[in-house]
Design a protein. Structure first.
Ligand code: FUC
Length: 731
């Protein structure tokens, strides 16, 4: 009896744990299944008692093979394309570019599914079913009672053990385990190996079964022959064997403990409490459905922490960066190839990395930038006859950097420049000079050199502009869109600053300073809007998902309250764009409204984001929101919205751009009381805060190094002196 009560109490406590997603039924479809991942392996757990499906991915399973996509000699057409654009002949310019200036081939390759682990158990009546994902442990659990026995299935992806671990407790009367190859459909009990039909990737997945007195542990390892974007000479079999050999020497308790130690070291750095309500005791799918009718503050905190969980699970040092779906993909023809779209989506994936204290999760992106700087140098040379490196609006496992798909939106020059600003931000947040010197600066410098060589003078205004380019993804091929100019100004500014910190490249610094001042400034148009293009041609009724010209407000910070006219115009542009959008666009709007210091408006956008998503079905409109598993829907599922939303919540609570640490800059009325610990501000500063009735009770700032910082809260600004490692209380 006592035990039963204790069990019941434990079950209830878990049901209401603020860090748990949970459901009363198995997943009906993929967007109901629960994700686990260790950065290289990802899996979706469906949780059917009798027929478990664990669909899994490995991050280097892609179509294609090592390939350089640059279009040899394309630079010979550059002048002609520009002249056509300057003569107002956009269609002929796009046609010429389509013929002579595009990636070879025109499309990049696709991320693939790898397989399913299928577990079959005896059928039978089940009671007390529950399926959950505990973000505090990174463990998916499936629990139910059958024939009087309470079963618990646990699944996690271990970074230290390099494997997906499945635990069955107690040992079921009997069960079968099979691997199903996502490319051939073949079923096999212990090993699955093959080659991607369209390409050079070979893969192997292998299952090991370990039994002990209290249950069964299944270890799933998978690997490919991918070594790097130019080398596929790895041996998947040897890799998988090595992974399993190491993992199988450990019992379940040790595997679990090692996973917790690794995962919690990252996850537990941040806590967020926005208060709770009765809705918090409901299953997660029901909470999403009910969100609009109430104020389920704890669901916002859950979404925030889920973003951190997903980043830890899909982007770990040594692996690939998080792609359009992170690492989770069921299809061999996924939407947009589940690759890297860097005219917003890839960057958004990393927006929460620094501020929410999982900085090292951004390292895979920086590794990718090292590759892209190499392949992008070839594209720069062949297509622009320029130094440095360039990345257009997509890349793939093979680090394609040339313009893909169509000239009216594929030719967009500032992907590498934008991603390079992440390098500088990483330095600002961490203060890691070695990283700045060895990794960041050479990449940033190369990204800037490309524009030193390619900025051209606008014949009308005399200013410097980029081109041919695009304001993602509208308006076609143009010269000098606002976003490009903002990004290049930011990049040049970052390189100038970095060269000062490192005391290098004085001549380049002067040159960049001179060029930067000549880049066409932002302009205010006839509707009081910030112009998206050089010409005053914005349509105030345009509610396009991309908010490119607002880049300088967020993620950039050139336009701030200190530039009041531009700030007002940018705000007007955002108002014109409306409060609806695709998933990731909503997430961007949350961040933008936070930067406009309007917490209530940011919260209104969050309400649009936290709504049941629906995909396009006959007779039914698609709309953005959250799927039952809280994956964000563009629709379809794209993980950027999850990451952008997590960043947005952080941005509402803390900002640190432009040299001031701003506490609770955009706190909405909906969150009068709360507490957050472990956020990070630029300057290497940790921030904890507690507020009540909308007022800051206390903030604790802890800096990595001695420094003086400006802190602002509720219009008050103070300057404080922080001693390294010593918490400073602001009240
Ligand atoms: C950009 C967006 C689309 C989608 C795609 C992956 O092209 O405009 O909405 O997010 O990336």
């Amino acid at each position: 009896m006592k035990l039963a009560l204790a069990l019941l109490a434990a079950t209830l406590a878990q049901a209401q744990s603020p860090l748990t997603l949970w459901y009363r039924q198995p997943a009906g479809g993929w967007v109901e299944a629960l994700p686990v991942g260790n950065g290289r392996l990802g899996a979706m757990v469906f949780g059917d008692p009798a027929h478990e499906r664990i669909q899994f991915n490995e991050s280097t399973v892609w179509t294609g093979e090592p390939h350089n996509y640059a279009h040899p000699g394309a630079y010979r057409y550059l002048g002609q394309i520009r002249d056509l654009l300057w003569a107002g002949k956009q269609n002929p310019a796009e046609d010429l570019a389509m013929r002579e200036f595009m990636s070879v081939p025109l499309h990049q390759k696709a991320y693939q599914a790898l397989g399913d682990l299928l577990l079959d158990f005896p059928e039978g009546q089940v009671t007390g079913y529950k399926r959950s994902l505990d973000l505090d442990t990174g463990i998916v659990a499936v629990e139910f009672t059958q024939n009087g026995v309470r079963y618990r299935r646990e699944v996690f992806a271990s970074y230290p053990a390099k494997a997906i671990v499945v635990r069955l407790e107690p040992t079921p009367p009997h069960f079968t385990a099979q691997l199903k190859d996502a490319h051939t459909g073949a079923l096999s009990p212990g090993v699955m190996a093959g080659r991607i039909p369209d390409g050079a990737i070979r893969y192997e997945a292998r299952l090991a079964t370990l039994r002990d007195s209290s249950g069964v542990t299944l270890l799933l390892a998978a690997a490919t022959n991918f070594k790097n974007y130019r080398d596929v000479t790895g041996d998947p079999h040897a890799r998988v064997e090595a992974m399993l050999a190491a993992a199988r020497t450990q019992g379940y308790a040790r595997l679990r403990a090692a996973h917790l130690a690794d995962y919690q070291r990252l996850f537990r750095r941040v806590t967020l409490d926005l208060g709770t309500s009765s809705a918090a005791s409901l299953p997660t799918d029901e909470r999403i459905a009910a969100f609009a009718q109430g104020n389920d503050r704890a669901l916002v905190a859950l979404l925030f922490q889920y973003g951190r969980y997903l980043l830890i699970s899909s982007s770990r040092p040594g692996g690939q960066p998080a792609n359009l779906q992170g690492i989770w993909n069921e299809s061999n023809r996924p939407p947009w190839d589940s690759k890297y779209t860097d005219n917003i989506n890839t960057e958004m994936n990393y927006w929460p990395a620094e501020e929410t204290n999982v900085s090292e999760c951004q390292l895979p992106l920086f590794d990718a930038l090292k590759d892209l700087a190499q392949s992008g140098a070839i594209t720069a040379k062949e297509q622009y006859n320029a130094r440095g490196w360039v990345l257009h609006h997509n890349f793939d496992l093979w680090r394609g950097t040339a313009p893909i798909n169509a000239s009216n939106h594929g030719i967009w020059q500032t992907g590498g420049a934008w991603l390079s600003t992440h390098l500088w931000e990483h330095y600002l947040f961490t203060g890691n000079r070695q990283f700045l010197r060895e990794t960041a600066y050479p990449l940033m410098r190369g990204a800037a050199l490309f524009f030193v060589d390619t900025l051209v003078q606008d014949p009308k205004s005399g200013y410097l502009i980029t081109g041919p380019s695009n304001s993602p993804e509208e308006g076609g091929l143009v010269m000098g869109p606002a976003m490009d100019r903002q990004i290049v100004r930011a990049l040049f500014g970052d390189v100038i600053e970095a060269s000062r910190v490192l005391e290098v490249d004085a001549a380049l610094r002067d040159q960049l300073t001179g060029l930067r001042a000549r880049i066409a400034p932002d302009r205010i148009g006839r509707y009081g809007q910030l112009q998206e293009w050089l010409e005053d041609k914005d349509d105030p009724h345009n509610q396009h998902r991309h908010l490119s010209h607002l880049w300088a407000v967020y993620p950039g910070y050139e336009i701030t309250p200190a530039t009041p006219d531009l700030f007002k115009a940018a705000r007007q542009s955002l108002i014109f764009r409306g409060d609806g959008a695709t998933g990731w666009s909503l997430a961007w709007k949350v961040n933008l409204w936070a930067r406009f210091l309007d917490g209530d408006h940011a919260y209104r956008i969050l309400q649009n984001l936290i709504a049941p998503a629906s995909d396009k079905r006959p007779g039914k409109a698609a709309h953005a929101g959250l799927y039952p598993n809280m994956f964000d829907a563009c629709p379809p599922f794209q993980i950027d919205g999850n990451f952008g939303a997590a960043a947005g919540v952080a941005e509402m609570l803390l900002q640190s751009q432009n040299g001031t640490v701003d506490l609770l800059p955009a706190l909405p009325g909906a969150w009068p009381d709360g507490k957050v610990t472990g956020l990070r501000a630029r300057g290497g500063i940790g921030v904890d805060m507690e507020w009540r009735a909308g007022n800051l009770v206390r903030a604790i700032l802890t800096a990595d190094e001695n420094k003086t910082v400006k802190v602002r809260y509720y219009g008050k600004q103070v300057e404080i002196r922080l001693a390294a490692g010593r918490p400073y209380k602001v009240e």
